[in-house]
Design a binder for this molecule. Sequence first.
Ligand code: GUN
Ligand code: ZN
Length: 436
Amino acid sequence: MSIAQTNVQAYRASLLHFHGDPAFDSEARAWHEDGLLVVEDGRIKAAGDYAALIGSLPPGVVPHDYRGQLITPGFIDTHLHYPQTDMVASPSPGLLPWLETYTFPTERRFEDPAHARATAEFFLDELLRCGTTTAVVYCTVHPQSVDAFFDASEARNLRMVAGKVLMDRHCPDFLRDLEGSVGTSADLIEKWHKRGRQLYAITPRFAPTSTDAQLRATAELAQAYPDTFIQTHVSENKDECKWVGELHPQARSYLDVYERFGLMRPRALFGHCIWLDDEDFARMTATGSAAAVCPTSNLFLGSGLFDFDKADSARTQLSLGTDVGAGTSFSMLQTMNEAYKVARLKGSYLPAERMFYLATLGAARAMGLEGTIGNFQPGAEADFVVLDPTCTPLLARRTRQLDSLEELLFALALLGDDRTIRATYSAGMQVHARAA
Ligand code: GUN
Ligand code: ZN
């Protein structure tokens, strides 16, 4: 007699996820204090109250007991650079000298596939230790840096987005694309986009480092492959904005350079967006583009403070990025911590609930991946994280006395980091467990 195999797992914990943006929808949040998450074949089968769901489990399935912990969808980091892992926390007075002094020499090493692969493995370990299950990642100009990253991600069956940096001027010769680099990107798209869980991002570094010819060819590529991502930097630093104004005097703004070349569309993710004006934010919304807000990086380099109120007035799609190596932490909790303070300094207020939304469903929406990742709707990929509110003596003490869910989330965001991540799951498999 054969015993029926079941591929169902269940997890008992408090559950938090979102169906909408809590800034605009009072029904956006789903919260189950004593909850059950049910996973089948790597996808969400159900998420709800323990009492309501326990009877629906197939015989023999015993829930994993995470009572006292909080399960949320895996965090999504929409902007960072894996080749900059080794230069995180490198001191420099601002973006442009930081690029010259540290970034370009560090990225040069990725011509070596062995170095690229070893760095990609460390980088993915670090993301998973911090509860990040999806990231939108810059590689370097070297196609082998892209292969190394996707090889490592595919071997772990992670849902990752990455692409080859395009850059053919205002950079050292050793990193300058030769003619045909956009064709190389097309080859990489054919090889990697939608292979397993891998997705490709067309990656012009930023307007100053591409010739008009390269930006034109990049836009043609983005049109030929409309379901790929586009990622670039915009309006991060005042010196950079001035430089772009000199290079493109006909453009209304820095962002307008990208729009004129045809690089604004759904699935285009613009890093930083600090110095955008109202018209720029309106164009972001109208084109379906999204902002990747990178507070630890912006504070570290002294770039400026993102204006959440201005972005929300235009209803621009927002997400959070660490921007490692200019960002100073891989942790999305630490990124929330600094996002909160950036908002305060701008006179805005970011509730913790909103920050958890931005790091999960908000990012998935910004990426056009709602239904695939970002929340616990049935059929979504089972990427989730187990957060431990007692992971440090201070957090344990603070979370013993709470008046609301908002206070719990706020304490996790302000006091939490990699230590808070008890376990990380990707497609239903445990991919990180904190050492006891
Ligand atoms: N602008 C162009 N390249 C970069 C980069 O690597 N990091 C940041 N923060 N800004 C950039
Ligand atoms: Zn960046």
